[in-house]
Every structure is written in structure tokens, then in C-alpha cells.
Write a protein that binds this ligand. Structure first.
Ligand code: NAD
Length: 503
């Protein structure tokens, strides 16, 4: 049954445009259900411009059905033993791995990202998320505080109840499951919404969860627009916590609705990440990694470096070598396993990226490489492909150095000293991730301590240990995900104080 479901879906997402259109439904109470209204929208493959499926446009009635299902499932789910919850999460991880190829194909069709990236990063990480939090469920413990001879306090960490997980399109199943897995591991029931631009793998996850033995109603997946169903989820009084990843403006909007209702909020938002290259770096390793951290997923990763700060003494050499290296990142067919750069998420997003390049020109910047849409052939003629773009000559306060572009566009700036590098790096209103490239141990420590970002990578990028706190400061968000941080976010701490003193 499941195989034929995936096979049909896989064919539908393939290049055969004459194949009959499929519908992406909601997943409520363990079943795929049509939305309460007939409204839907088209799911476009951004690499071809073709519509590949209809997606239901959920409304408040659908949300109500999902909330009721989650509420009914909650008493049983939160009482399950930790071993039982862990077993089901392990099963989901295995289910994802057994469908790796179908899921990877769907991810690439929705987003235009290289198939190799979907196969080696997106889908394996989605499985790893479930496996990691399955283990965490069995290891999560709480504190006790002894008041010598008088009393003992212990902390209960209890499921919050019905919670919402809202995720973006850039790493669809990867980020969707990064939220859902800890929410389930801690005994919550979840209403989750993927981005309207990448609905398919979330849709497929429903069946995988059923096969893994997840009881109906524990996870409900609603499809639709953020401004409609997403906002309704944030407003709903029975949803007690919201874990959100997406843009900073959306995060601010969500906070303005949720805060007066005193909901728990985790906000993982945008970034404008500095990458600092010192002259004492391991040159070849740094060069290769700077290209990777700038242009992976077409620069559409919140952790991508977009402001490349290079020590003056190596600036000219590094700049020309960087431009040579970028030539291996030329946009090509996302389904070719050799392709390193696919399309952007949409034509609209391409227009936004291009408007920043135009702005850079008007701000006095020089385009050293790229700076325009890529000219593609055949079925990709209408795709949203943009050349990797390198800009120099912009001051730290220019809009292109202050605002998140979220595309394959980097700026180069030079610095003379550690202090100047730090000042440039910290000039952004964001504070998500920075990378440092130096062989000096003491400099690495000094800089790491002084950088205003939630994550500092030294001589590496995207090297992830899922136990570490993940998140940003300032306009990059509030709270941290990962490891115990996520387990704590999805639980309420209750202190129990037992007086054992003799009367
Ligand atoms: P977005 O904010 O437009 O949308 C994110 C999600 O929120 C989508 O599911 C969307 O439907 C929903 N949404 C939109 N408006 C909403 C509303 N009013 N109420 C509730 N939900 C709403 O972001 P995007 O364009 O999908 O993603 C790109 C952004 O995400 C970038 O800014 C990027 O930096 C950020 N991001 C951050 C992280 C991180 O961990 N910090 C990771 C990935 C992406």
C-alpha cells in the first residue's frame, strides 16, 4: 500500500508534465483528508516552472479538526512510557531511511535543490532527527534540589499539551522533523505546517508515521498559506507553544500574536552571517569551504555566510581564487547527480535576489562575478536559476550588507586587524552564525568569545552535533533548539517541594 502510494507520488513529481495532477491533502487523526473548502493552490517545481500538484488551502475548520484530534490523542500519548515513545520514533527514522530516494526526489522537485544535496543532507538528517530525539526521550532527566535536613525539591518536566511546529521551505523535511521529533519525544501532540512552497515531504511523512505505529492524532499536518492557516495556528487558544523557523518579519508577527496569550515561543529566524578569513588560515581548505558555505543550496540556508571578510594582505589573491573556485557552482539540472547548484525556490524569490544585486550597483558596489539570472536550456528555460554572485566595494552599513538576501550572493570586505574584523562582523542586526578561518588557537578563542552570534564555527561550517544549542541572537531569534534545549522547550517545569522535617 505504502509503496504504491510513493510510486504514484514519485511519478507525479517527475518530469512527465502530462501525468494527471495529484492533490496534497491534510493529515489529521492518522488519515489523509481533503480540506473543508475546495480552495487549493498549485505546487510549482521551480526548476521547470511546471505545476506538479494541487495543495489544499486549509482554513480554521481544518485547524479545529486537527486540534480536536490532538486533544483526544494527548492523554494516552503523554502517559506512554519513554521506551514506547522512543520505539515509535526509531521506527519513523527507519521509515524515512527506507524511502530516502522517493523523499529526496520529492524534495528536489519542490525546491529545485540538487538531488545530491537532498540525498546526502536533507533526508538523512530528517531520519537523524527522529533517531536523536528517540534516544533523548530515554535519557531526559530532571533536577532535584536538597534543602539539607528540611525538604527536597524535584522538578517534573511535563508535556505542554498541543503544540504547533511551523517550518520554512529551504530545508523542508530536515527542519520540519527537527521540531516535530522533540515535541513528540516529550509527550506532546503536534499540529505542524510545512511551507506552502515545499508541501510534499511533509505530506509523505504522515504515512510513514502511521506505518511506524504513531497513534492517530498525535501528529497532524496542515497544508496551506502562512498568513491563513499558519496565523490561525498561532492564534488558537488550545495551542500552547509555537516552535517557528522562518523569516524575521514573520517571527515578529508571530510574537505579536502569541505573546499576549503567554504562549511559549521558540523563534529561529534570519541571518546575515560573517565569514572571517585571516591570512594565517589553511588557505586551500578555507577557499573550498568558503565557496561551500556561501553557495550551498543556492545560498538559501540560514547558516550560509554572506559577508566574506578577508584580511587585507591576502584579499586580492583570495578574491581571484574564490572566483575561479565558484565556476564549479554553476547552476545546472537539479536531477543530475553532479550538479552542485540548482534553482532558487521560486521566480518571485529570484526577483527579490536580483533586486538586491541592482541595489548593490546603485550603492556603488562592483559585481565581480554573476549578477544575473542564469540562461538555461530545454525544460529549465523557465526555471528560477541565478548565477553565484560576488560583490565588492560596499560599506558595512549598505543595505546589501545589512539585510538578508537569502540567495547565492556574497559581498567581500577587507580588514587590517582582528579588531576591525570583529567590528565588521558584529555590524549586522542579525546574530545567527559566524565562521572563522585561522590557524591561531588563541585568536580563534578570542574572536569566538567576542562575536555576537549564537554559533561560531572555527575552520569548519555546518559541522553539526545535535546535542549542541542551536539558534541566534538579536534579529536571528529567541531561544535555542537542539539537545536538551529542545526537550526543555517542549516541557513545562514543575517544582515539587516535599517538607520532611520533623514537626
Ligand atoms: P517565512 O517566514 O515566509 O515562512 C516560514 C513559515 O511560516 C512557512 O511555513 C510559512 O507558511 C509560515 N508563515 C508565514 N506567515 C505566517 C504567519 N503570519 N503566521 C504563522 N505562520 C506563518 O520564511 P521562508 O521564506 O519560508 O524561509 C526563509 C527564512 O527562514 C529566511 O529568513 C531564513 O533565514 C529563515 N530560516 C531560519 C533558520 C534558523 O534556524 N534560524 C533556518 C532556516 C530558515
Amino acid at each position: 500500500m505504502l509503496n504504491s502510494f510513493f510510486e504514484t507520488y514519485f511519478k507525479m513529481k517527475s518530469r512527465v508534465s502530462s501525468h494527471p495532477m495529484k492533490s496534497i491533502h491534510n493529515f489529521i487523526n492518522g488519515k489523509y483528508v481533503a480540506a473543508s473548502s475546495v480552495a487549493h493552490f498549485e505546487n510549482i517545481n521551480p526548476a521547470t516552472g511546471e505545476s506538479v500538484s494541487h495543495v489544499v488551502r486549509s482554513n480554521k475548520e481544518d485547524l479545529e479538526a486537527a486540534v480536536q484530534a490532538a486533544k483526544s490523542a494527548l492523554p494516552d500519548w503523554k502517559k506512554r512510557s519513554m521506551e514506547d515513545r522512543a520505539r515509535i520514533l526509531y521506527n519513523i527514522a527507519e521509515g524515512i531511511e527506507s524511502k530516502l530516494e522517493e523523499l529526496a526526489q520529492a524534495e528536489t522537485a519542490d525546491t529545485g535543490k540538487p538531488i545530491q544535496f537532498s540525498r546526502s543532507v536533507d533526508i538523512p538528517r530528517a531520519a537523524a532527527n527522529f533517531r536523536f530525539f528517540a534516544a533523548a526521550a530515554t535519557q531526559f532527566a530532571s533536577e532535584s534540589h536538597d534543602m539539607a535536613g528540611k525538604a527536597i525539591n524535584y522538578t517534573l518536566r511535563q508535556a505542554i499539551g498541543v503544540v504547533a511546529c511551523i517550518s520554512p521551505w529551504n530545508l523542508p523535511l530536515y527542519l520540519f522533523t527537527w521540531k516535530i521529533a522533540p515535541a513528540l519525544a516529550t509527550g506532546n501532540c503536534v499540529i505542524a505546517k510545512p511551507s506552502e512552497l515545499s508541501p510534499t515531504t511533509a505530506f509523505m511523512l504522515g504515512q510513514i508515521c502511521n506505518d511506524a505505529g504513531l497513534p492517530p492524532g498525535v501528529l497532524n499536518i496542515l497544508q496551506g498559506y502562512g498568513s491563513e492557516i499558519g496565523e490561525a495556528m498561532v492564534q488558537h487558544p488550545e495551542i500552547k507553544a509555537i516552535s517557528f523557523t522562518g523569516g524575521t518579519k514573520t517571527g515578529a508577527r508571530i510574537a505579536s500574536i502569541a505573546a499576549p496569550q503567554f504562549k511559549k515561543l521558540s523563534l529561529e529566524l534570519g541571518g546575515k552571517n560573517p565569514c572571517i578569513v585571516f591570512s594565517d588560515c589553511d588557505y586551500e581548505r578555507t577557499l573550498k569551504n568558503v565557496v561551500r558555505l556561501a553557495f550551498s543550496n543556492s545560498g538559501q540556508i540560514c547558516l550560509c555566510g554572506s559577508r566574506i571578510l578577508i584580511e587585507k594582505s591576502i584579499y586580492e589573491r583570495f578574491k581571484s581564487d574564490l572566483i575561479e573556485e565558484i565556476k564549479s557552482f554553476i547552476p545546472a539540472d537539479p536531477l543530475d547527480p553532479q550538479t552542485k547548484m540548482g534553482s532558487l525556490i521560486s521566480k518571485e524569490h529570484l526577483e527579490k535576489v536580483d533586486s538586491y544585486v541592482k541595489l548593490a550597483r546603485s550603492e556603488g558596489g562592483t559585481i565581480l562575478y554573476g549578477g544575473e539570472a542564469a540562461v538555461m536550456q530545454g525544460e529549465h528555460t523557465s526555471g528560477a536559476f541565478y548565477l553565484p554572485t560576488v560583490i565588492e566595494g560596499l560599506g558595512p552599513g549598505s543595505r546589501c550588507n545589512m539585510e538578508e538576501i537569502f540567495g547565492p550572493v556574497i559581498t567581500l570586505q577587507s580588514f587590517h586587524s582582528e579588531d576591525e574584523a570583529l567590528k565588521l562582523a558584529n555590524a549586522s542586526p542579525y546574530g545567527l552564525a559566524s565562521t572563522l578561518w585561522t590557524e591561531s588557537l588563541s585568536r580563534a578563542h578570542r574572536m569566538s568569545e567576542a562575536l555576537h552570534t549564537g554559533i561560531v564555527w572555527v575552520n569548519c561550517w555546518l559541522l553539526r552535533d545535535l546535542r549542541t544549542p542551536f539558534g541566534g541572537m538579536n534579529q536571528s531569534g529567541v531561544g535555542r533548539e537542539g539537545g536538551w534545549e529542545a526537550m526543555r522547550f517542549f516541557t513545562e517545569a514543575k517544582n515539587v517541594c516535599i517538607n520532611f522535617a520533623a514537626r
